[in-house]
Ligand binder design. Structure first.
Ligand code: GDP
Ligand code: MG
Length: 437
């Protein structure tokens, strides 16, 4: 599946001691291949990777500390954008609101009609009416009645009438007369797109002028889903897409293409046969699902770990040789910062954890510390002992801080170096691990 493919695409990051040297172009080539394998339209996959590449290079991904994570984020953001960015709502204007279902046979129209009626009834306090316009199979009318009974929603049907346009119009009259404020019209589908079906749904659509025309599509049908969506959209100019059967292990490659081919939002997803198995479509969550985000992120993290271990080894040597300086301190801050583990670092600076107990720790919590270190010369950083009063004043001025702040940092650094020296030998390894994240 797509997740495995992307795993492979990001595999390139693993085993690189220095992931700063990752080859973005090669990785994206793999991403593109993964998208194509998941039935994403060729042009979309190509545009997609081109866009990510452009952004990655624009952000100087090759020199950042974590190109891997940045790349994953860029891919995810771009996927989210591709699927519509924001959550698309459903238009509930009109008295009553008329909602028309369209799609192939077996896509899940009848099931989704019931789910949507249940959703609107329980979550939006609406009084919906279900309408059976699938006049070809007696079982279809029955199926909708079963669904209606299950959720306690009335079903309008005319078993003897073979004209779906009339049934739909009569149902709306019935709704108006009986205080229903939403009318959900379930229609007949065919196994494949054919003229008769298209003509029929077009006639119903024209006659009832729905506020929402929804196209229901089985997410397991891959590239076919895109072609079907296009055919229905050409006729109906529908308002939104419903992706059903997302409960299996389908990664939903189709979702990627549909939005950009027909330029209509995906509004809901079906995640099971039960009436409660309906979810509002969140583009970001879908992007994570397609990426198998958990897997990809953990892969990047593993690559990150290797990097950290190497750094930790170097650091250990330095401490042993009494060469630990402010540059190393800075590296440690940056390591912890990029791991998002600010509290851990604060906890390791004696005194600081108490002082910052009630403070929200932000990304720039170490802004001053970093500024001070950046204002030191290389010699000062590697041999902090030479930093005298005069140098302290210069550093404070250069970093826009006060001499007291420089003093405080010097003290903290001193304590930290001593503590680290003490922790050498058995147990010291753990400290190094903690410091490396
Ligand atoms: P219709 O022909 O478009 O009306 O499709 P149906 O609503 O009759 O659904 C066809 C089949 O798909 C039925 O067996 C449904 O139970 C099943 N189905 C519909 N939606 C979902 C879903 O989200 N998940 C799963 N697993 N099955 C679904
Ligand atoms: Mg049906």
């Amino acid at each position: 599946n797509l997740s495995d493919k992307l795993d492979k695409a990001f595999h390139i990051l693993k085993g690189h001691g220095k992931i700063t040297e990752v080859n973005v172009a090669d990785t994206l080539k793999e991403v593109r291949r993964a998208l194509l394998d998941a039935d994403v339209n060729f042009k979309i996959a190509k545009d997609f990777t081109a866009k990510v590449k452009e952004k990655a290079i624009g952000q100087d991904v090759l020199t950042t500390l974590q190109p891997g994570q940045l790349l994953v984020k860029l891919v995810k953001d771009e996927l989210t954008e591709l699927m519509g960015g924001d959550v698309a709502g459903i238009n509930l204007s009109g008295t009553p609101t008329v909602i028309l279902m369209s799609g192939l046979q077996g896509s899940g129209k009848t099931t989704f009609s019931g789910k949507l009626a249940n959703f609107l009834k329980t979550k939006k306090n609406k009084k919906p009416l279900l309408v059976a316009c699938d006049i070809y199979r007696p079982a279809a009318i029955n199926q909708l009645h079963v669904v209606g009974d299950q959720i306690g929603v009335e079903v309008y049907s005319e078993p003897e009438n073979k004209n779906p346009v009339e049934i739909a119009q009569n149902a709306i009259k019935h709704a108006k007369a009986n205080g229903f404020n939403v009318v959900i019209v379930d229609t007949a589908g065919r196994l494949a797109v054919d003229q008769e079906m298209m003509d029929e749904i077009a006639r119903v659509h024209k006659a009832i002028q729905p506020q929402e025309t929804l196209f229901v599509v089985d997410s397991m049908t891959g590239q076919d889903a895109v072609n079907t969506a296009k055919a229905f959209n050409d006729i109906l100019n529908f308002d939104g897409v419903i992706l059903t059967k997302l409960d299996g292990d389908t990664r939903g490659g189709a979702a990627l293409s549909i939005k950009s081919i027909v330029n209509k939002p995906i509004k809901f997803v079906g995640t099971g046969e039960k009436m409660e198995a309906i979810d509002v479509f969140y583009p970001e969550r879908m992007a994570e699902r397609i990426l198998g985000m958990g897997d990809v992120v953990s892969l990047v993290e593993r690559a990150q770990e290797q990097f950290d271990e190497e750094e930790a080894r170097k650091l250990q040597k330095k401490i042993a040789k009494n060469e630990f300086g402010f540059d190393d301190f800075l590296t440690q801050i940056q390591q912890v910062k990029k791991m998002g583990n600010m509290k851990d670092l604060v906890g390791m600076i004696p005194g600081a954890s108490k002082a910052m107990k009630d403070v929200e720790i932000e990304d720039d919590a170490f802004k001053h510390i970093e500024a001070i270190i950046h204002s030191m010369t290389p010699i000062e950083r590697s041999k902090p002992a030479i930093i005298d009063v005069k140098r302290k004043a210069r550093i404070a001025k250069g970093s826009g801080t006060k001499v007291e702040q420089v003093n405080q940092l010097m003290k903290q650094f001193d304590q930290m170096s001593k503590m680290m020296k003490m922790m050498q030998g058995p147990g010291g390894k753990n400290l190094m691990k903690m410091m490396g994240g």
